[in-house]
Write a protein that binds this ligand. Structure first.
Ligand code: UDX
Length: 439
């Protein structure tokens, strides 16, 4: 089948490369010329484990192409995926759909023969209706079906998530489109990944409801973590204790500095707005957004407390800047707010991240970046583990202690057993683990 992916960002590039790997003929279109030129030269603009290899092999096999020519590609396509960005609109939190609607207009001008237009971008309920209206208005002759097919992949595990999804959601009731989408996903169907067909609006809402539920689950365990600290309980064991209940499940119960990234913050906000507009407010998600926002600053206060209540003139070393490991994505990363508060309170901040430093340079000022955990720990009054990269899981604590001005470890991801850290002469604060232990 001939597939076109409009938007060579995270979702577009991963989906396009994986579809090509399934044997489809895929053209990825993006209007940013430098991005397309780089991709043609085999350079991947994002850090995603395994993506470079899959892009290179499929490009070499002639199944994956890159272009800025939207009109030419769409004319020959069986299926056109819209995978452009839907950032939060400035000021109000609604999803900005101008890229989606712009793509719809351009598709309308170029389609030939029956073409399925699929929104893969995360779009609010009713966007598919508007995409269809735009295309029909622009080109009344167009023989199209507009389908919703949200993507659930996680950064850092995107290839596996795409190839082994828990489910594939397809929102359309048009029989021809159902046939085509079955063909598109046939390789996964053979893997027994369930295909869920439903109405287009239902499919659009499934994506938001899924992300909001996960964000709420994280926020729930984070509030339990706060309570654990107050009452002398251990959130790791609470999470395990409740997670063993199959109705709850053990995933997404890891307490930490709050969720970040390109999806949860934006999608929870957009769902809140959609719900308000529909006069069906979602108080749980409103609270999730507010609690998560406060949490990032609360983490900075935890660091200040670990430093004896004052960071003015002190050096704080930050381990990990990206919103999670195995990505170079800094969007909405808790590290940003934590660092800003610490700087406002007069701290000198050093930082290291295996992949995120380049992006972080553009977002943070006054931070001194180093090339390793040990380099940034030199002379530090505290070291704060913000992102749980594998290389931070087995640090040489004796070496760290020898380098630091004061042996203080704040472990915002509960990576280290407190007793072990204390044995090495550190004072330790984790998240949701009763009171900081003294070294
Ligand atoms: C998320 C969804 O998982 C994915 O299905 C959707 O398509 C896009 O949004 P992603 O943002 O890549 O994916 O990362 P995810 O692994 O879900 O983590 C999101 C945030 O939650 C990170 O900041 C992470 O650190 C945090 N998190 C996650 C926790 O704090 N605790 C957990 O238990 C899980």
């Amino acid at each position: 089948m001939r597939l076109v992916m409009i938007g060579a960002g995270y979702v577009g590039l991963v989906s396009g490369a994986c579809f090509a790997d399934f044997g489809h003929d895929v053209v990825c279109v993006d209007l940013v010329e430098e991005k397309i030129a780089a991709l043609k030269a085999g350079k991947i603009p994002i850090f995603e484990p395994g993506l470079d290899q899959i892009v290179q092999s499929n490009a070499a096999a002639g199944r994956l192409h890159f272009t800025t020519d939207l009109a030419g590609s769409v004319a020959d396509a069986d299926v056109v995926f819209i995978a452009v960005g839907t950032p939060s609109r400035r000021g109000d939190g609604h999803a900005d759909l101008s890229y989606v609607y712009g793509a719809a207009r351009e598709i309308a001008r170029s389609v030939r023969g029956f073409t399925v237009v699929v929104t893969k971008s995360t779009v609010p309920v009713g966007t598919g209706d508007e995409v269809e209206r735009i295309i029909r208005e622009e080109n009344p002759e167009a023989d199209i079906a507009v389908v919703s097919n949200p993507e659930f992949l996680r950064e850092g595990a995107a290839i596996t998530d795409f190839k082994r999804p828990d489910r594939i959601v397809i929102g359309t009731e048009e029989p021809r489109a159902i046939q085509v989408m079955r063909q598109v996903y046939r390789p996964l169907y053979l893997n027994e990944s369930p295909l869920l067909f439903c109405e287009r609006r239902t499919s659009e809402l499934i994506k938001y409801a899924g992300n909001a539920f996960l964000a709420m689950k994280i926020t729930f365990i984070n509030e339990i973590a706060d309570l654990c600290e107050k009452v002398g309980a251990d959130v790791q064991k609470v999470a395990k204790g409740i997670g063993l209940d199959k109705r709850i499940g053990d995933k997404f119960l890891h307490a930490g500095p709050g969720f970040g990234g390109s999806c949860f913050p934006k999608d929870t906000l957009a769902l809140v707005k959609t719900a308000q507009d529909a006069e069906s407010p979602m108080r749980l998600i409103e609270a999730t957004v507010a609690v998560n926002d406060n949490r990032k600053r609360a983490m900075a206060r935890k660091v200040i407390a670990a430093c004896g209540g004052e960071v003015r003139g002190k050096t704080v070393a930050i381990l990990g800047l990206t919103f999670k490991p195995n990505t170079d994505d800094m969007r909405e990363s808790p590290a940003i707010s934590i660092i800003q508060v610490l700087q406002d309170k007069g701290a000198r901040v050093t930082a290291y991240d295996p992949e995120g430093v380049e992006a972080a340079r553009g977002m943070l000022s006054g931070v001194e970046f180093g090339g390793s955990a040990y380099e940034i720990a030199e002379g530090a009054d505290a070291i704060v583990l913000v992102t749980e990269w594998d290389e931070f899981r087995a640090l040489d604590l004796d070496r760290l202690k020898a380098l630091m001005a004061a042996p203080v470890l704040v472990d915002l991801r509960n990576v280290y057993p407190p007793q072990e850290v204390v044995r090495h002469g550190f004072s330790y604060s984790g998240v949701g683990r009763a009171g900081p232990a003294e070294g």
